[in-house]
Ligand binder design. Structure first.
Ligand code: TRP
Length: 337
């Protein structure tokens, strides 16, 4: 059955370290929603990858598995169309990771821009967990384990897809056949959504995120606190649009493009106050988040259902990833007992 489905395969995932926020929504959830009919989509609850920088706190990783699953369902991922599955319960991915580690050098892993950034952000210094340094090989296993050709992710993930394709080419070369397909990153044009304070990365731990289930008060407070243009003191002053988080968010979420451009023009020349643009943004965010929050609250009362979705999805995913593992071992020509 499964192999007869002609739709291209998508694989994406999220580390289960906390509930998702509107940065995830703008960065990849929206793309995943748009593609769940035309593509065969797998969403990976990446709990083993989450351990690569959270080994000291496995409880956090465990607690957030169903949180992320609920976020997926609440934004509209439909389990009848998309498969939600749990990484730690897909042993073929771990086995592929072990094989792939032989097709990548330590120097190449250290040079991966995503890894370099993350090592800096986490302040590992010289104490980098080996699993962390090597997670690009594991992510290559995730992607190729599903034989995915499309990977909707934020732009920070692009180097990981590039490295996946390098591993794919090496394995295909050694196997002497195109056993694994290369994958393409699907990155939203808007770029990464900054935090409400204007810092480049929105994160729960950074305290500058708006959760997908934020309450009306939390949304209001976040918009009130939002970074605009510190030089824009009086309404009549000319204001700067670039780096102004309110406009960045309007660009990401306001469907009325023409109105946003008109507001930018007025803001630039002066005469448009921060309260006006903030009120507009708040209305948009409240309307966007309200139905997500309501669905999430209903799901939280029915964890048995959420669990059954993940269980069934993981079964389906197991079939597919075991198939890939067998193909790779066969193509590499390892001994068969
Ligand atoms: N690295 C991704 C993140 O930090 C999560 C992830 C794990 C992933 N496996 C993946 C993304 C496979 C895309 C494809 O958000």
């Amino acid at each position: 059955m499964t192999t007869l489905d002609p739709r291209p395969v998508i694989l994406t995932g999220d580390r289960t370290t906390g509930p998702l926020h509107i940065g995830h929504y703008a960065g990849s959830l929206r793309n995943r929603l748009a593609l769940q009919d035309s593509h065969r989509q797998f969403l990976l609850l990446a709990d083993t990858q989450a351990l690569t920088d959270n080994a000291h706190d496995p409880a956090k990783v465990r607690r957030n598995v169903l949180e992320v699953a609920m976020d997926y369902l609440a934004v509209g991922i439909d389990p009848a169309k998309s498969t939600i599955c749990l990484q730690s319960h897909l042993p073929a991915l771990a086995e592929l990771s072990m094989l792939y580690l032989n097709f990548v050098t330590v120097a190449r892993l250290e040079r991966n821009p995503t890894i370099k950034d993350e090592i800096r952000q986490r302040g590992f210094g010289r104490d980098i967990p080996a699993g962390f340094l090597c997670y690009p090989a594991a992510q290559a296993a995730d992607i190729t384990g599903f034989r995915a050709t499309v990977v909707p992710v934020g732009e920070d993930q692009a180097p990981l897809i590039e490295q996946t394709n390098e591993i794919v080419r090496r394995i295909n070369a050694v196997a002497g056949q195109s056993i694994l397909p290369e994958a393409q990153a699907l990155i939203p044009e808007a770029g990464r959504l900054p935090g409400i304070d204007g810092r480049a990365k929105m994160s729960k731990s950074g305290g500058n995120a708006i959760a997908l289930n934020a309450s009306p008060d939390e949304i209001a407070a976040a918009v009130r606190a939002m970074f605009t243009d510190p030089g824009h003191l009086r309404v009549s002053d000319p204001g700067c649009v670039e780096g102004n988080v309110v406009f960045t968010y309007l660009d990401a979420f306001d469907p009325d493009r023409a109105e946003v451009e008109a507001l930018k023009a007025r803001y630039r020349v002066g005469g448009l106050g921060d309260t006006v643009i903030k009120r507009r943004l708040e209305g948009i965010l409240q309307a966007m988040i309200a139905p997500i929050r309501a669905r999430r609250a209903a799901l939280a009362k029915d964890l048995g259902y959420v669990l059954s979705v993940v269980r069934e999805g993981t079964e389906r995913a197991r079939e597919r990833t075991e198939e890939t593992k067998a193909q790779v071992i066969e193509a590499l020509g390892l001994f068969r007992l």
